[in-house]
Design a protein around this ligand. Sequence first.
Ligand code: PMP
Length: 412
Amino acid sequence: AGVFDPYSVKRDFPILQQQVHGKPLIWLDNAATTQKPLSVIDRLSHFYEYENSNIHRAAHALAARSTDAYEAAREKTRRFLKAPSVKGVIFVRGATEAINLVAQAWGRRNVGEGDEIVISWLEHHANIVPWQQLCAEKGARLRVAPVDDCGQIILEEYEKLLNPRTRIVALTQVSNALGTVTPVHELTAMAHRHGARVLIDGAQSVSHLPVDVQSIDCDFFVFSGHKVFGPTGIGVVYGKQEVLEHMPPWQGGGNMIADVTFEKTIYQGAPERFEAGTGNIADAVGLGAALDYVEAIGMEVIARYEHDLLVYAMEKMRTVPGLRFIGTAKEKASVLSFVLDGHETQDVGKALDREGIAVRAGHHCAQPILRRFGLEATVRPSLAFYNTCEDVDALVAALLRLQAGYGGRQRA
Ligand code: PMP
């Protein structure tokens, strides 16, 4: 691969070329959502200008074009995840819908009274609430693997939770609140030794690390398009063939059937069985364009650059008096959660916004893990491959000014 140039990447993102409050926009809220390169925006326009049609049904030119574009996006997603077959790639609305689909379609059939579901303290609410609901419905028990003071899952404690009653383990690959990268290969192998299925929440990993679902050997892997430079409203469930084959449909309607009479409906196989109704065709196509964009650079190249930038950012941010990082795992990606002595997190967020720097300040939809550290909120800058050392320098300069009480009039 060639030399990675974040400045050239940044130029591909039109939204990053603007000023906010009279300052150049510095987007450090990538864990909430990522920006879109021009190639994705153009691909969406092209779809609506030349290809828009419902898929699979009508026998006309545009139906063929939109069907081809949609199925090409499925193949790009398969390649991105290194899945063995497009049959294991289901399009949904996002990671939240993906987890709900698995919890309901797979969970209702396979989880019963007295069974157990294992998650970790790191999970986003999207990987807690659907399992809690399933447990309440079925009389099953939700068990939670604890983390250490750095924000890493304690493997021995996790292993103690696994037993023959464990039906499924649902774990994040990267924590959205702390940035911890979890050892998904090891965690999955441990769960499989106890006969449990494994779902990996890749919402925060896919834009930062190369993912290979066959090498992880997980049964399900989910992510959202909008966190990997694609559109909102599109996401993915990858499922192992042998698991999807025995999984009942989730929603009923058009597209997912082979034959309907009033007496009986015969369903399609995967993935159609899980895609009832008209899907988000254009945004699936847009996701395909986003995956093309990152793969042209290479996820290994992106991961290496971001790792160096993260190390640089942590070193620089440590020079800010009274700044305390929350989440100091050895393996981390993107996320730089912190609290600042003498300042409310909301006020830090607002002060940074006045300088054109966008970060999240709040609970990040992961209240349990923040409470594990005795907090209700943190300030959370989060990096992507279009961020530069200058972006980090501007953040640190703004934080230093805030600590010095200047209120931040200019950018250093
Ligand atoms: N899991 C994790 C780890 C996340 O960070 C998010 C989004 N913040 C989700 C799940 C849910 O994704 P979405 O809101 O796109 O459905």
